[in-house]
Design a protein around this ligand. Structure first.
Ligand code: FES
Length: 566
């Protein structure tokens, strides 16, 4: 491969005759209307994740036009290409099963096709993490952009947003507070525009992470999908991509340990999605940057809740954007950040923040560091006999009265088994600890099933939260005292596989402990009888189940980590 080749002469198709390859490329590109002047320009790949199966990305065609305009203005040649698109709601069993597939496909298409830089357009939950993983794996400069969030809806005078309010109203419907007609009314108001979920769920959290890491331009995370501001940041991103092509700085130059430490601080200040833990570990693994699950707990202890967004707060992404978004938040946190990091803008973070002028009323949504919205430790890492390699709890979205809790287990052997939860014969009380296993990476691709519903009869009595424990995930928009990402998972023989109905489980959030109170001898006896599930017979699901790592390592495929083959 000719490392000095540029534009369409990069990564030549191998006919054992490079002159023929260049000639043939120009012949076929001529058929698409490209002339010699076009092909003199730096080629900027633009990743298109438009799909009818991904409603969150429905405005992406307009955004791509804006990006292309910026690329052309700066003297580049945009070339748009599609990849898999992962729409959270229309994929089974879970979009997470395909995050690594999208990361692998995106990486290979960036590497295989000629481009001097790439703009990656994502948004819905797993798309941006997959694209960050891909960007961290290639030697092509990359810049990210997101679809932007939805605007809020309204039902009977109350602002509504996907999907914290989806869950809240569904819980009220299950508790008998909303009838069938009313829940349809709510349903029609939850997602009023194009865009990603407008609370601080996984999509919003990861957009803020990408901006903090320096992989998106300042201010790019928060403008809603249907605004001119979203399109303008698209134009700017296109222009900047051309400059990046000339500079040659790649994601690996940007995704440093200080950049990740800044991101973890912002994650805590946002009380962001627990899914960000898995995704950031995976991105760090691709970038070759040391990052562990323990880092998340340690850094969260230093940072209070600063941003008022659901599910930990009351506001929405459009409020956060109006308050100045990530740049104003970073300015509020400047004293604890590393200001020497340099992202895709090419500017030192400290210099960028010096030019940020917050709007007059920014403190309604973004709180000053010395007057926070909530205490530190919005995210807690738990360890103990039930989670030797760790688990996570979103403390800011849980119930304080359950932070120290001991109760008998009631065990569900996978999301399909959870349909039994409403059966009064199980005798579930508010003191029970509901265990949902076989929802980990190997078992099922780690669906967002961990926040399983409370028994209907308890919900009808006014019970609104119980301790739940799972090797699965929960949506970033969800809430409750839900211990997630238990590692190792049940499907590989983790202690979760040994729990039986009635076993005592103890949660101590302050101490960071999750214990299964069963004698070692009894656990050893149960382990002898344990039968692990078979891996799927073929295809992606087989490869995934055989090679996926546990949640505490980012759930990437083991052979993709820090793979520097470019
Ligand atoms: Fe796409 Fe929530 S479903 S971001």
């Amino acid at each position: 491969m000719d490392a000095t080749a540029r534009g369409v002469d990069r990564n030549l198709t191998n006919y054992a005759d490079s002159g023929f390859s260049r000639y043939l490329r120009r012949a076929f590109l001529a058929s698409a209307g490209y002339d010699g002047a076009d092909l003199e320009r730096p080629v900027i790949g633009v990743v298109d994740t438009t799909s009818d199966y991904n409603t969150c990305h429905q405005e992406m065609p307009r955004l791509i036009e804006a990006v292309k305009r910026g690329i052309l203005q700066a003297g580049g040649l945009p070339m748009v290409f599609p990849t898999i698109s992962l729409g959270e709601i229309l994929l089974s069993p879970t979009a997470m099963l395909f995050r690594n597939l999208m990361a692998m496909e995106t990486e290979e298409m960036i590497r295989a096709q000629p481009m001097d830089a790439v703009v990656l357009l994502g948004g819905c939950d797993k798309t941006l993490p997959a694209q960050l993983m891909a960007a961290a794996s290639v030697e092509v400069p990359a810049i990210h952009l997101v679809a932007g969030s939805m605007l809020t809806g309204d039902w009977r005078g109350e602002r509504l947003g996907a999907c914290t309010d989806c869950r809240r109203y569904w819980a009220r419907h299950r508790a008998g507070e909303l009838d069938a007609e009313e829940i349809v009314g709510v349903r029609q108001s939850l997602c009023p525009t194009a865009g990603t979920c407008m609370v601080m769920g996984t999509a919003s959290t990861m957009a803020c992470m990408a901006e903090t890491l320096g992989m998106m331009l300042p201010g790019a995370a928060t403008p809603p999908a249907v605004t001119g501001a979203r399109l303008r940041i698209g134009v700017e991103t296109g222009r900047r991509a051309v400059a990046l092509a000339a500079e040659g700085r790649t994601a690996r130059d940007i995704l440093t340990r200080p950049a990740f430490e800044n991101a973890l601080k912002v994650l805590a200040a946002l009380s962001g999605s627990t899914n960000a833990v898995v995704h950031l570990l995976a991105v760090a693994g691709r970038a070759g940057t040391q990052l562990s699950l323990d880092d998340f707990g340690a850094i969260a202890r230093e940072v209070p809740l600063l941003v008022d967004c659901k599910p930990a707060g009351a506001g929405y992404m459009e409020d956060f954007d109006r308050a100045g978004g990530v740049p104003v938040l970073l300015q509020a946190m400047a004293e604890i950040l590393d200001l020497d990091v340099v992202g895709v803008s090419g500017q030192r973070l400290g210099d960028l923040l010096a030019g940020v002028a917050p709007p007059a009323d920014w403190q309604t949504t973004i709180r000053p560091f010395d007057d926070p919205l909530g205490p530190a430790s919005s995210l807690v890492v738990l360890k103990g006999s039930l989670a030797p390699d760790g688990a996570v709890l979103k403390k800011a979205a849980s119930s304080p009265q359950l932070h120290k809790h001991r109760g008998p287990a009631v065990v569900f052997d996978g999301p399909d088994d959870a349909v039994r939860v409403d059966d009064p014969a199980l005798g579930i009380t508010p003191e029970h600890v509901m265990v949902l296993r076989n929802a980990g990476p190997v078992a099922l691709g780690m669906p967002e099933a961990g926040s399983m519903p409370l028994p209907k009869y308890l919900a009808e009595q006014g019970v609104s939260d119980m301790v739940r424990v799972s090797d699965g995930r929960m949506s970033g928009t969800a809430y409750g005292t839900v211990v997630l990402h238990v590692a190792p998972e049940a499907a590989v023989g983790g202690p979760l596989a040994l729990v039986r109905d009635g076993d005592e489980i103890e949660l101590d959030v302050e101490a960071g402990r999750l214990e299964l109170l069963v004698a070692d001898g009894e656990l050893a006896r149960r382990r002898e009888q344990l039968q692990l599930p078979k891996v799927p017979a073929r295809g992606w699901r087989r490869l995934y189940a055989e090679r996926v790592m546990q949640a505490n390592l980012g759930a990437d495929l083991d052979f993709m980590v820090d793979a520097d083959e470019a």
